[in-house]
Design a protein around this ligand. Sequence first.
Ligand code: HEC
Ligand code: HEC
Ligand code: HEC
Length: 315
Amino acid sequence: MKKIIFSLLLTMGAIHTASAVEGDADAGKAKAAVCGACHGATGLNPNPSYPDLAGQHAAYIVKQLSDFKSGARTDMMMAPMATNLSDQDMADLAAFFSIQERASEKPAASTDSSATAAAPATATAEIVTSTPAKALYAGDVKAGQEKSAMCVSCHGTDGNSPIAMYPKLAGQSASYISKQLADFKSGERSDPIMAGMVAALSEQDMNDLGAYFAVQTPTAGQAKGSDVGHKLYFGGDANKGITACVACHGVKGKGMAQASFPALAGQNADYLKKQIANFRDGSRGNDRNNMMRNIAIKLSDSDIDELVNYMSSLK
Ligand code: HEC
Ligand code: HEC
Ligand code: HEC
């Protein structure tokens, strides 16, 4: 009997795989950029809170992603990740992660080779947990400083915008800044002021500007802090389906440079409030996979006030 059930399962598995969409590992690699923040660039992260995906069976990955999407498997971090993935996206991601080498398969014999092999995962973990914005940037700080002359009237000489409606850029991750500049240029994020500022910027300009502002030191925020905001930030709200902000914006609100998740610590409160409201009403929609929109839509006005008070007080 056991045998029959087993072969039945196998057959079902075979049918399922045959009818499934075929994955493309190269396409998957590009789509996996956002997963790297938690799972590591190649699906290996020594942080015990996150499962390794490297070398996992593709069919299993696809099934988990569909379950996170349908809600059959619930996880506050993975739900917003999976919700906007198409069948093709899932197949591509699975194809990519399934061909990565597993950590445990490395020969333990030579310390040399295991040290090299562990290097990428360790580097990822460091970025995820400590993220100084200076960690990675494609641009040139000096060149960025020259190009920032036209930004200072609103964002301040060192990226600490004196006006509460204008975001501080000091200490923000370079990759996030260049993404925003590109989004303002393509129109994916719309703002009449910034649209004019970025029209003439090249990709190199954007990277240089990102690098310059990333290495500036942010000033402390003016907010007093909030216990309610603190609790929501770290714990989310399971009843309302609000994912804890800490998952993506980090313990100290420094974001995750590698995934272009922004730093929020010390940011001007009025600016933060406007952005969450924009994600909530959909007027800002440049977040990949609806990551922020899906969360913002569940926040009440008072949730937002408390969160903003807390985030802006972070140092
Ligand atoms: C913010 C952190 C975070 C990001 C970003 C993230 N994940 Fe996850 N992922 C998790 C956590 C935490 C779990 C474990 C969930 C649980 O405990 O059930 C998980 C579980 C999974 C699993 C199930 C693994 C298993 O062995 O059952 C898959 C597959 C997966 N993630 C794929 C992805 C893909 C693909 C992406 C990018 C599109 C992604 N994840 C982005 C945090 C993240
Ligand atoms: C006339 C004022 C003004 C000038 C000059 C200006 N900005 Fe902005 N910038 C803004 C405003 C206002 C916003 C917020 C837009 C919104 O509400 O979405 C913004 C947003 C941004 C953001 C998004 C920040 C985030 O946290 O998401 C970046 C990055 C940025 N500006 C970079 C620049 C750079 C680089 C320059 C110079 C090339 C520049 N800005 C010049 C007013 C200005
Ligand atoms: C699953 C990951 C994820 C979670 C969880 C998350 N965020 Fe975000 N958040 C993002 C990403 C990604 C962006 C930037 C989107 C873009 O423009 O590329 C963002 C942007 C923001 C911004 C705008 C920052 C700026 O400089 O413009 C604010 C404010 C924000 N998030 C607040 C929150 C709050 C509050 C929570 C918790 C209730 C939260 N986020 C939870 C991923 C997340």
